[in-house]
Write a protein that binds this ligand. Structure first.
Ligand code: ADP
Ligand code: CIR
Length: 356
C-alpha cells in the first residue's frame, strides 16, 4: 500500500514542499532548498541521513517541530537545519547553554503551588538523558536496545532510600498492566504517530521498560523516545518535594557509572531538538475550565513561556478542563531557572483562573 512504502529523501522533500498552508512546523519553516541541497548527501557518525531526521515532519505535516536527530552527532553533521530549529523552539539567538545548576535544594523559595488543593491535580518533573556511545532510534539495532537496557538496569539497581525500586520490562508485561499504568500517567505506549514515523517504535517492545519505587513517585523510562527519562511525580502541587527528589535522583545516576551525551552550547543531547539543554519539563495537571476557554489562552501561555498539553501527553486532548501546563524552554537557562519559569507561569495561571 502507498502509505506503507518507505519514502526516499526526494519523496519526503516533495511532501514537505507540497504541504498544505496549515503546515507551520519548524521543519517547514527552516528547511530551505539551500540547506536541503547542502545536507542531502551527508551521513552522521552512526550512518544516519537527512531522511532519518526529517521523515516524521514530512510524513506528518501537522508536526509542531517535525525534526529528530538520528544520533548525537547529527547535531554537528546536520547543524544548518538543527541549529535553526533549536533557535526557533527555545527562543535563543545564540546557541549557548550554562553548566547544570539545580539551585540550592535545601533553600528553595517555593513549596506547594496550590496549598488549597483545589486546582492542581498532580505535579511531575522529568529530564532526558542519552548514553553517549549510542545513536538514536532511527539508527539503533535491536542488540543496541538490549545492551542499553542492560547498562541502565545495572545503574538503577544501585539506587537506594526513597529512590530504590524495581524494573519492569515491557516484554512480558500484560496488556492490562500496561493499560492501567498508562492511564495512571506512569507508563508510555506506542501510540504517537510522530514518534512512530521517526523510528521511535522500531523493534517494539524490545529493550523498553519502566523502573519505579514503591510509591511510584520516582520512575525511569527506558528506551522510549530517549534512552532514559528520569521522572519525579506525585499527587497535588508540591513542586518542592517533586523537584528535590528528581535532583537527588539525577545526582545518584550521574555517579552510577553511566556516561551521558552532552555538547558545549547545547547541554544534554536528546532525540528531539525541543528537549535538549536542561531536558527539563516541569508540569502540573491543573483545572482551568475558564482560562482555557478564553480566546487569549495561547497568548497568555506564550507570555509566560509555558505550554499547554492535554492530560495524556503531547498531542492529546484536555479532559474536563484539566490541562498539562509546563515550561516550554529547556535550552539557554539552568535547571533551577527552568523550574522558576514554570512556577511563575503556574502561579499566573492560578491567579488568572481565579479572576475569571
Ligand atoms: P514528556 O514530554 O514529559 O514525556 P508527555 O506529554 O508525552 O511528556 O507526557 C508523558 C506522560 O506524563 C503522560 O502520560 C502524561 O499524562 C503524564 N504527565 C505529564 N505531566 C503530568 C502531571 N503533572 N501529572 C501527572 N501526569 C503527568
Ligand atoms: C512534533 O513535531 O509535533 C512532534 N515530533 C513532537 C515534538 C516535540 N515533542 C517531543 O519531543 N516530545
Amino acid at each position: 500500500k502507498e502509505e506503507e512504502r518507505i519514502l526516499n529523501l526526494d519523496e519526503l522533500w516533495q511532501r514537505l514542499c507540497d504541504a498544505p498552508p496549515e503546515c507551520h512546523s519548524l521543519l517547514k519553516k527552516n528547511l530551505t532548498q539551500e540547506i536541503f541541497d547542502d545536507l542531502k548527501d551527508k551521513s552522521s557518525k552512526f550512518n544516519g541521513r537527512l531522511e532519518d531526521c526529517i521523515r516524521s515532519g514530512c510524513e506528518n505535516t501537522d508536526s509542531g517541530v517535525g525534526v529528530y536527530a538520528c544520533d548525537p552527532d547529527a547535531y554537528t553533521t546536520f547543524a544548518p537545519l538543527l541549529d535553526a530549529v533549536i533557535r526557533d523552539y527555545h527562543k535563543v539567538s545564540e546557541l549557548k547553554h550554562p553548566n547544570p545548576d539545580f539551585g540550592d535544594i535545601d533553600k528553595l523559595d517555593f513549596g506547594d503551588l496550590d496549598p488549597s488543593g483545589e486546582m492542581i491535580v498532580s505535579t511531575r518533573v522529568r529530564v532526558g538523558r542519552s548514553h553517549d556511545s549510542y545513536g538514536f532510534p532511527p539508527v539503533l539495532k535491536k542488540e543496541d536496545r538490549v545492551e542499553m537496557e542492560k547498562k541502565t538496569v545495572e545503574a538503577l539497581k544501585k539506587l537506594d532510600g526513597e529512590l530504590k525500586g524495581s524494573y519492569h520490562p515491557l516484554t512480558g508485561m500484560t496488556k492490562e498492566t500496561q493499560k492501567q499504568l498508562t492511564e495512571d500517567h506512569f507508563l508510555f505506549n506506542d501510540s504517537d504517530r510522530f514518534l512512530r514515523a521517526a523510528g521511535g517504535y522500531n523493534d517494539w517492545p524490545t529493550g523498553r521498560g519502566i523502573f519505579f519505587n514503591d510509591k511510584k513517585t520516582f520512575l525511569v523510562w527506558v528506551n522510549e523516545e530517549d534512552h532514559l527519562r528520569f521522572i519525579s511525580m506525585q499527587m497535588g502541587g508540591n513542586l518542592k518535594e517533586v523537584y528535590t527528589r528528581l535532583v537527588k535522583a539525577i545526582r545518584a545516576l550521574e555517579s552510577s557509572g553511566l556516561s551521558f551525551a552532552k555538547r558545549e552550547g547545547l547541554g544534554y543531547l536528546t532525540f528531539c531538538p525541543s528537549n535538549l539543554g536542561t531536558t527539563l519539563r516541569a508540569s502540573v495537571h491543573i483545572k482551568i475550565p475558564k482560562l482555557s476557554q478564553t480566546p487569549d489562552f495561547k497568548a497568555f501561555c506564550d507570555k509566560y513561556n509555558i505550554q499547554a498539553r492535554g492530560i495524556h501527553g503531547e498531542h492529546t486532548e484536555s479532559v474536563g478542563g484539566v490541562y498539562d501546563i509546563s515550561n516550554k524552554r529547556r535550552l539557554g537557562l539552568t535547571e533551577i531557572e527552568a523550574i522558576q519559569e514554570m512556577r511563575r507561569g503556574v502561579e499566573a495561571v492560578i491567579a488568572e483562573e481565579k479572576k475569571l
